[in-house]
Design a protein around this ligand. Structure first.
Ligand code: FES
Length: 121
């Protein structure tokens, strides 16, 4: 579940996150593959992306009920919450999962970064 806390809303965005789309044209943001974002500690990756008017599919609305928000944390994974059993089970259902696969709605930014995320097809 997305983690919403009143204090996090006041946190300053201090965590550098590079977001790389493998197929940017499919996400409707001017075909730019690379975006430099600043996250607030406690953001999920999905919250960060949506707050920056970018897109990651999230068919279930962020409740770990699908796999459409599949991402890969290719650098800085130590600055992210570890996957719980539900997320790990969902990730195993994706056809192209890798050892660094995560679900954007379940992945919380916990450290100072930097973090690099790839959005696969
Ligand atoms: S949006 Fe469905 S699992 Fe993340």
């Amino acid at each position: 579940m997305p983690r919403h806390t009143p204090t996090r809303a006041l946190a300053r965005p201090t965590v550098p996150v590079t977001l790389i789309y493998k197929h940017p044209a499919r996400h409707g943001h001017n075909a730019r593959p690379r975006h430099q974002l600043m996250a607030r500690p406690g953001d999920t990756v999905l919250e960060l992306v949506l707050r920056n008017q970018l897109d990651i599919e999230h068919d279930c609305g962020g409740i770990c009920g699908c796999t459409t928000c599949h991402i890969r944390a290719v650098a800085g994974a130590e600055h992210l919450s570890p996957p719980d059993a539900d997320e790990s089970q969902r990730i195993a259902q994706t056809c192209d999962h890798q050892s660094d696969s995560r679900l954007a709605c379940q992945t919380t930014i916990t450290g100072p970064g930097p973090i690099t995320i790839i959005v696969p097809d």
